[in-house]
Write a protein that binds this ligand. Structure first.
Ligand code: F0G
Length: 445
């Protein structure tokens, strides 16, 4: 491991995974990697990974461990896997039409075992915790990390402690960590407050911290990008667009892209762009207002609760990959997020609100000319539609923005709303509803 700021290379990490010399984050680096070594021959690696898809071995069936040559070594006896990864890449025809980008795909990380992208990092970090013989693992979370951690801890026979902001995570996510048996503490604070408590806790108690400051998480999450490139027959898209919260995911995907280029697995870098909600935009402001020189923490607020984060831990890592790949940063409004979510749903895919910032951001990047009509674009959808049904139902019933300052802006999204129709149990009433819907759809097409 190496410190991202001072370059120190400690033999082992402290409980908080921070550099003991300067306090910044650590990352894995691989001094032995050279593409001219037979172990890293690009063609041989690609065919090895592909062949593993037909194997019945637990490691080979995982979309994370299948790529283990590009990850730090963890002996198989410690591995906790739920066959994560292996997520689909979907074309989005209606969103393509709406954005004018024909070659538009979504890599749906919500199709992981606990329905978010967190599983790819969690299988790896939880396995390293088991290797380290921890009885307890812990995280602060906006809901997905906690769901994922609780599942992997249970599978690995470890106890898990979850710190979440009270009232600010979706029921779907909360219910997961309860069912997977975590000690779930709803703290009267926000995500950033939960992180502060957790950092103090790990200095006093022998628990393994599984937030994305843990560099094992980042290594596992790299595999989403490796798998994506494999799905694209190793032809890099022009753009990859990700939501930005604590900024671990963008850092991981960017790290994978840079490493794949270094190993000549790909010949050029896609531009990695990061989108934030306007009410939770510290990284957007860091880049746009402060030229990347500092990040000013803020009190975050957005209905996309997964990314309701005001002091992202991995901002320096994310900045580095943004600059190295030539990506952009954008912010999107609450109404833009809700509309984009319904549009992704209307393509028969669906996602949770935080994931929809990618499509909303793409629209802005098209407008600014950063993304061209002929470009190949991949959106990373981070969580499943069913993670936050409250948001979806309120949107379709027209209640999401009622009585808020966004109410007027929300009228633009009205045509996307599909409220349920309550009828008497009467055939005639259902036929009338069907005929009216058919008429509507004729008008719209
Ligand atoms: N999308 C979803 C669905 C998320 O749950 C998160 C983060 C993000 C995007 C942002 O990713 O933090 O790596 O930039 N969720 C964390 C959690 C913070 O606790 O579940 P990031």
């Amino acid at each position: 491991m190496r410190c991202i700021s001072c370059g120190a290379t400690p033999d082992s990490a402290g409980q908080d995974f921070r550099c003991t010399a300067c306090g910044d984050l650590l990352e894995f680096f691989f001094p032995g990697w050279t593409f001219d070594s037979p172990a890293f021959d690009p063609a041989a690696l690609k065919s090895l990974w592909l062949n593993r898809r037909t194997s019945h071995g637990a490691l080979d069936q995982s979309g994370v461990w299948r790529f283990r040559e590009l990850l730090p070594h963890i002996p198989e006896e410690h591995v906790i896997t739920l066959r994560e990864g292996n997520t689909p890449l979907y074309h989005l025809p209606q969103c393509a039409r709406a954005t004018g980008v024909e070659n538009l795909h979504a890599k749906h990380q919500g199709m992981n075992p606990t329905a978010s992208f967190k599983d790819t990092g969690m299988t790896f970090a939880a396995s390293s915790a088991r290797q380290g013989k921890f009885r307890w693992v812990a995280c602060a979370s906006t809901g997905n990390t906690s769901a994922s951690m609780a599942a992997y801890a249970a599978r690995g026979n470890m106890h898990s402690l979850v710190l979440i902001p009270e009232g600010k995570i979706s029921w779907g996510k909360l219910s997961q960590s309860l069912d997977y048996g975590a000690l779930t503490c709803q703290l009267r604070t926000d995500f950033d407050g939960c992180v502060r408590i957790l950092n103090d806790l790990v200095r006093q108690k022998p628990v393994c911290l599984l937030n994305s400051v843990n560099p094992y998480r980042i290594e596992g999450q790299k595999t989403a990008a490796i798998e994506l490139l494999e799905q694209l027959a190793w032809a890099p898209p022009d753009h990859i667009i990700v939501p930005g919260g604590n900024l671990g995911n963008s850092s991981a995907i960017g790290k994978a892209l840079l490493e794949m280029r270094e190993l000549k697995l790909i010949s050029r870098l896609p531009k990695l762009s990061i989108i934030q909600a306007q009410g939770a935009n510290p990284f957007y402001r860091c880049v746009r207002e402060f030229g990347g020189k500092k990040l000013e923490p803020m009190t975050a607020d957005t209905l996309a609760t997964a990314i309701r984060i005001g002091n992202p831990a991995s901002w320096k890592k994310a900045l580095r990959v943004l600059q190295a790949t030539g990506g952009e940063v954008e912010q999107v409004t609450e109404v833009e997020i809700a509309a984009a979510k319904a549009e992704i749903g209307a393509d028969g895919i669906g996602c949770e609100p935080a994931s929809a910032v990618t499509l909303a951001g793409l629209k802005k990047l098209r407008k600014s000319g950063f993304v061209k009509a002929g470009d190949a674009v991949v959106l990373i959808l981070t969580g499943h539609l069913l993670k936050d049904p409250d948001f979806t139902i309120k949107f379709h019933q027209g209640e999401l923005f009622a009585g808020t300052p966004a109410e007027i802006a929300a009228t633009h999204a009205k045509s996307l709303q599909r409220a349920p129709v309550v009828l008497d149990a009467d055939l005639g009433a259902v036929i009338a509803a069907l005929d009216a819907a058919e008429k509507d759809s004729e008008i719209q097409t």
